[in-house]
Design a protein around this ligand. Structure first.
Ligand code: EPU
Length: 441
C-alpha cells in the first residue's frame, strides 16, 4: 500500500485548481440509472470513489466512457442486473444510492447493506422508511436490502426525515422524479451537493422545487431523458487547502472556488485571523503575517459547519494560539485523527463528542496511520506543519476523495511525495490495481 512522506515546517505559497466535488458527482453519476439515454457528466475528478461508482454502474450493465477531459458518459439504456453486490458496496457506502433509481425505473433492486464504518454506525433506516412510504416492499435478507414495488410503480408521498441525511435525501429525490404524483421531502438536506443533483435531474426532465431548502417538492414524470451536466467544485477540497495554508502560516489561492458553498468555513477562518479575498480567479487566503487564533466550532448539517472539515480544524487549533473546543454532532466516532495528532505532540483531550484542544508551539514528524478520508487529510496537514518527516500509512483513504493531493500541494511548495507500496495502485477507472479492498467511510 502506498504511503505519503511529508517534510514539514515550510509555509505553503501558491495556487491550486479545485476538482469536481466528490459528494456531488457520485449521486449524479448514479442518476444516469434513471433513464435509457446517455448522461454526460463534466468536471469529474480522478478519485478511487469515482472508480468504484463507475465499476458499479458497469457491473449493472451501463456503458461507461471516461474521457481525458474529465468528462464521463454513462449510458444505462441496457442494464443486465439490478443487484449491487457486497464487494462494491463495502468499498463505498454511497453505492446505496443505486437503490432509489433502480426501484423507480425498474420496480425492483437489491443492494448490499453497507454496515458500519470508521466514523460511525451510519444506518440507512431513513432511506428504507422513505421507500416504504412510497409503496415499496423492502426486506433485509442475507445482508441485502431487497426492494420491489407493484406494477403501478412508486407513489409520491410526504416523507419527513427524523434526521437530516444527505444521501437519504438524494436517494429519495432520485426515486421521486419517476414516482406517480407529488413527493414532498421534509427536513431535507440542504447541502450544495443535493442542489447540484437536483439541477442535473431537472436537466434530465425532472420537476423539482425547493432544492437548497429543507422542503423539496417533486412532481413525478413518466420518463427522463439524457443531459449534460457540469459538476460543482469540491468545497471540502477547497477548505482543506485553505486550512493547509492557514496552519502553515502561508498563502494560497484556490481557483474555481464558489463562495456560496462554504460560508461556515470562511467564517471560522476569518475568526482565526486569516485574510480572505475573492478575485475573478478564485479565493485567496493569506496567513503570513497573522498569529493563528484557535476557534471553537460545532459540526452540523448545511449551512452549519461541515463535519467533513472537522478534522482539518482540529489540526489547525492544535497549532494555533489559545484553547478551543471542537464538537462533533453528525457522526459518533469521528475523532480517530486525535490519537495520531497526540503522537505528533498535540495537546488534545477527548470529552465525549468534544475535543478540548490547547494550542502548542509546534508538532514533530512521526509515523502515523490514516483511518478515514478526512482524518487522512488532517494528517497530511499535520505533516506539513510538523518539524521533520511524517510518514502517513494507509493513504488509500485519501485517494478516495482528494484528486492528486501530493501534486497540488507540491505546486504550493510543500515537500510531499508518494512512496509506492506493493502492489502498485492507480485510481484511474478500470485500471484499479488496488488489491487490498479498502474499507469505506
Ligand atoms: N443517519 C441515520 N439514518 C439514515 C441515514 C443517516 O441515522 O438512514 C444518520 C447518520 O448515521 C449520521 C447522520 O444521519 O449520524 C447524517 O448522515 P448522512 O446520511 O447525512 O451522511 P451520508 O449521506 O452517509 C454524506 C457524505 C459524507 C458527509 C455526510 C454529512 C456522501 C457520499 N457522503 O454522508 O461525506 O460526511 O453526508 O455531511 O455524500 C466524506 O466525504 O468524507 C464523507 C464522509
Amino acid at each position: 500500500m502506498d504511503k505519503l512522506l511529508v517534510n514539514g515546517g515550510c509555509p505553503l505559497d501558491g495556487e491550486v485548481q479545485l476538482s469536481g466535488s466528490k459528494n456531488a458527482v457520485l449521486p449524479i453519476l448514479i442518476a444516469s440509472l434513471l433513464c435509457a439515454e446517455p448522461l454526460q457528466v463534466r468536471n469529474v475528478p480522478h478519485l478511487r470513489d469515482i472508480t468504484t461508482a463507475l465499476k458499479l454502474l458497469g457491473h449493472l450493465g451501463a456503458r461507461v466512457e471516461f474521457n481525458e477531459d474529465q468528462t464521463v458518459e454513462v449510458d444505462s439504456g441496457d442494464l443486465h442486473t439490478l443487484r449491487a453486490p457486497y464487494e462494491l458496496v463495502k468499498t463505498m457506502r454511497a453505492s446505496i444510492l443505486v437503490l432509489g433509481p433502480l426501484l423507480a425505473r425498474f420496480g425492483e433492486a437489491e443492494v448490499s447493506l453497507p454496515g458500519g464504518c470508521a466514523i460511525g454506525s451510519r444506518p440507512v433506516d431513513l432511506h428504507i422508511r422513505g421507500f416504504r412510504k412510497m409503496g415499496a416492499q423492502v426486506s433485509i435478507e442475507n445482508g441485502y436490502i431487497k426492494a420491489t414495488v407493484g406494477r403501478g410503480g412508486l407513489n409520491g408521498a410526504r416523507i419527513l426525515f427524523d434526521t437530516v441525511t444527505v444521501t437519504g435525501t438524494e436517494n429519495l429525490l432520485m426515486a421521486a422524479v419517476l414516482a406517480r404524483g407529488i413527493t414532498v421531502l421534509e427536513n431535507a438536506a440542504r447541502e450544495p451537493e443535493v442542489v447540484d443533483l437536483a439541477r442535473c435531474l431537472i436537466a434530465m426532465g425532472g420537476i423539482i422545487e425547493g432544492a437548497g431548502t429543507d422542503v423539496i417538492t417533486v412532481k413525478g414524470v413518466d420518463a427522463l431523458h439524457g443531459a449534460c451536466h457540469t459538476v460543482i467544485s469540491d468545497r471540502i477540497e477547497a477548505g482543506t487547502y485553505l486550512l493547509a495554508a492557514a496552519a502553515t502560516r502561508g498563502r494560497i489561492r484556490v481557483i474555481g472556488y464558489d463562495p456560496q458553498q462554504g460560508d461556515a468555513v470562511l467564517e471560522k477562518l476569518r475568526e482565526a485571523g486569516a485574510l480572505l479575498s475573492i478575485d475573478p480567479r478564485g479565493l485567496m487566503l493569506d496567513m503570513r503575517k497573522t498569529q493563528p487564533q484557535a476557534v471553537n466550532l460545532t459540526t452540523a448539517p448545511f449551512p452549519g459547519f461541515p463535519t467533513d472539515m472537522q478534522a482539518q480544524f482540529v489540526l489547525f487549533n492544535a497549532v494555533a494560539n489559545g484553547s478551543s473546543m471542537v464538537t462533533e454532532t453528525v457522526f459518533e466516532n469521528r475523532f480517530m485523527h486525535v490519537h495520531e495528532l497526540q503522537r505528533m505532540g498535540a495537546d488534545i483531550h477527548l470529552r465525549g463528542n468534544t475535543a478540548v484542544i490547547q494550542g502548542v508551539v509546534g508538532l514533530s514528524g512521526a509515523q502515523v496511520m490514516a483511518t478515514d478520508l478526512r482524518a487522512s487529510a488532517c494528517l497530511v496537514l499535520a505533516g506539513l506543519v510538523a518539524e521533520g518527516e511524517t510518514m502517513i500509512d494507509r493513504i488509500y483513504h485519501i485517494d478516495r476523495g482528494y484528486d492528486r493531493i501530493e501534486e497540488k500541494l507540491s505546486q504550493c511548495g510543500a515537500s510531499i511525495r508518494r512512496i509506492p507500496g506493493w502492489p502498485a495502485t492507480s485510481v484511474l477507472p478500470f485500471r484499479d490495481g488496488g488489491s487490498a479492498s479498502p474499507p469505506q467511510s
